[in-house]
Design a protein around this ligand. Structure first.
Ligand code: G3P
Length: 217
């Protein structure tokens, strides 16, 4: 499963990229606002940090303007994926951008029928928001399972990019189901490394090693 960082904070992205385990980045208008930086400036910098896909979101609601925005954003770098909303205009834009071999990430997906439409539109990625479904007492991970089943039934090549991840169990369940990508906030990605028994075991090893009086180097 690929790990993308769900952030526009270049400091967080650099830290995660240094682990060698970061496969891409997703941004959205809220994350850009949170960064406090200009859209094109921060996207250009992110594209110099990671080679993998970097999602940049359109903000128009009509097809013609959304397409122009997507075409302009795609010129930032070859690894830019254009994020479009799960709407009629969004899927029309998806088809047009894909015809030009531009990666497209269809976002704000909350149902399996939406995911089916996005795959038919040739989306590179579909972004179901599991945390926001959980927030309204729907089972976000059940949606991921439904999409996985449907995509496998028809051999759709659209990649399931699990978004709105709120805890490590979302990542675990996404991997169990066979999602292609998890886009993870930096703090949660760091949590994936941690286990108290690892810390305890390491401390015990080093305490015993110190008693040997030996050194490796
Ligand atoms: O990529 C979408 C993600 O940023 C949304 O997360 O926590 O605002 O639902 P959240």
């Amino acid at each position: 499963m690929k790990f993308f960082a769900d952030t526009a904070d270049t400091g967080e992205i650099r830290e995660l990229a240094a682990t060698g385990l970061l496969d891409g980045v997703t941004t959205n208008p809220s994350l850009i606002k949170k960064s406090g930086r200009k859209l094109f400036e921060v996207l250009e910098e992110i594209c110099t940090i990671v080679d993998g896909p970097v999602s940049a979101e359109t903000v128009a609601l009509d097809y013609e303007t959304m397409l122009k925005e997507g075409q302009k954003l795609s010129k930032i770098s070859k690894n830019i994926a254009i994020k479009v909303p799960m709407t009629v205009a969004g899927l029309k834009t998806c088809k047009a951008l894909r015809a030009d071999r531009i990666m497209v990430n269809v976002t704000l997906c909350f149902s399996a029928t939406q995911a089916l439409l996005a795959a038919k539109a040739g989306a590179t990625y579909i972004s179901p928001f599991v945390g926001r479904l959980d927030d309204v007492s729907e089972d976000g991970m059940e949606l991921i399972g439904d999409i996985r089943l449907i995509y496998d039934n028809y051999n759709f090549q659209t990649q399931i990019l699990v978004a709105s991840i709120r805890n490590p169990l979302h990542v675990l369940e996404a991997a169990r189901i066979g999602a292609d990508v998890a886009t993870i906030p930096a703090a949660i990605m760091k949590q994936l490394f941690k286990h108290p028994l690892t810390d305890k075991g390491l401390e015990a090893f080093l305490k015993d090693w110190k008693k040997t009086g030996e050194s490796i180097l």
